[in-house]
Design a protein around this ligand. Structure first.
Ligand code: CP3
Length: 344
């Protein structure tokens, strides 16, 4: 067993496990070096290189979990859309889904074979990783992926997806159904290849009013979790914002819920801690702060759990690309030292 899995299943732990979202990425000089040779998508699709960048932060910091190096948007690509990552402005998916006929380009038939490079990467990683490090696979949530497929690019106001929801909700239902089926196939492929835990990134579910969140995001995540339950692989739901969303997230029956920094960890524990493990939730921007500030904020989160298990330390969202790598070292050391003291 690993510390990460022990914490997820609330078995006693000698210290709190730690990993960080986007731990493999541009803040690491060794990642930027590999990116000189490969564009981002080629890196995701080259199993040896994807394995190498997955392992970089494990070697440097000794994180307790490795997360597969890939992107949530490879699923819409495998369903038939064109995916391009622009160096400065991020991903583009085309042609966008705005009307019924636009669904015709999508198919779930080729999802597993078009994503076989992910299975290859996972198999390589399982060979390379020590047994005490957990390999986390992942997918976007149906609603989060739908957002990118309908908007075509990152957005601030979510105009097109909300327009679809409020003017043609049957079309959105259909899109979310297809996505749910694609994601189930994709996550089964990851489990069969050797993923030991899964995380569903529901980055944008929180833009919905809570009663719509239940119907358009949580419902589909619940379907995925139910379908995968025979595999007995722990699943984390990560979402942004919204204390309001807690009941709907719990109803999905994940093993762990990843919370962002807008929710006070002690409140999250009070409301959800007896039902699920919790992951999070340091504001990623705190890593710009002094050691004093980072240390104080880390201690504050760890104190919420004290001696108890059921917590995986993480940021409340992905690390920013310009965080000094030595601040991450300081963070990881602090989590280790402080949590050992608390668990004694
Ligand atoms: O966490 C990890 O280290 C694993 C790899 C991972 C990436 N993306 C690598 C990546 C994971 C789990 C993701 C998930 C992802 N991708 C999400 C959900 C989580 C979240 O952050 O909310 C979303 C919304 C995406 C879509 C995406 N990918 C965007 C909007 C962008 C552009 C913004 C940016 O940071 O550049 C990406 C690119 C991306 N995905 C990078 C990495 C390392 C940067 C690519 C580069 O090297 O230039």
């Amino acid at each position: 067993m690993s510390l990460y899995l022990d914490a997820v299943f609330k078995k006693p732990v000698g210290r709190t496990p730690v990993w960080i979202m986007r731990q493999a990425g541009r803040y690491l000089p060794e990642y930027r070096k590999i990116r000189e040779k490969y564009d981002f998508l080629t890196l995701c699709k080259t199993p040896e290189a994807a394995t190498e960048v997955t392992l970089q932060p494990i070697r440097r910091y000794g994180f307790d979990a490795a997360i597969l190096f890939s992107d949530i948007l490879v699923v819409p690509e495998a369903m038939g859309m064109e995916l391009i990552f622009h160096e400065n402005s991020g991903p583009r998916l085309s042609p966008v889904i705005h009307k019924e006929q636009d669904l015709e380009q999508l198919s779930i038939k080729h999802v597993p074979d078009r994503l076989c490079y992910v299975a290859e990467t996972i198999k390589l990683l399982r060979k390379e990783l020590n047994a005490d490090r957990t390999l986390i696979g992942f997918s976007g949530s149906p609603f989060t992926l739908a957002t990118y497929m309908v908007e075509g690019k990152p957005t601030k106001n979510f105009k097109h997806i909300k327009k679809m929801l409020y003017s043609d909700s049957r079309l959105l239902d259909k899109l979310l159904d297809i996505l749910t089926q694609a994601i189930i196939r994709y996550l089964k492929l990851q489990i069969e290849a050797g993923a030991e835990a899964l995380q569903i990134f529901d980055t944008w579910g929180g833009i919905l009013p809570p009663h719509y969140f239940e119907k358009y995001s949580a419902y589909y995540m619940q379907t995925i979790i139910k379908e995968l339950s025979p595999f007995k692989i722990p699943i984390t739901l990560f979402t942004r914002g919204g204390e309001n969303l807690m009941p709907a997230l719990l109803a999905c029956q994940p093993q762990m819920i990843g919370v962002d920094w807008t929710i006070d960890m002690s409140r999250a524990k009070q409301q959800m801690g007896n039902r699920v493990a919790l992951q999070g939730n340091l504001d990623p921007a705190i890593l710009y702060g002094s050691r004093e500030v980072i240390g104080r904020e880390v201690d504050r989160i760890l104190a919420v759990f004290g001696k108890e298990s059921g917590h995986v330390f993480n940021l409340g969202h992905g690390i920013f690309p310009d965080i000094p790598p030595e601040n991450v070292s300081f963070l990881v050391d602090r989590v280790r030292e402080q949590s050992v003291k608390l668990k004694e």
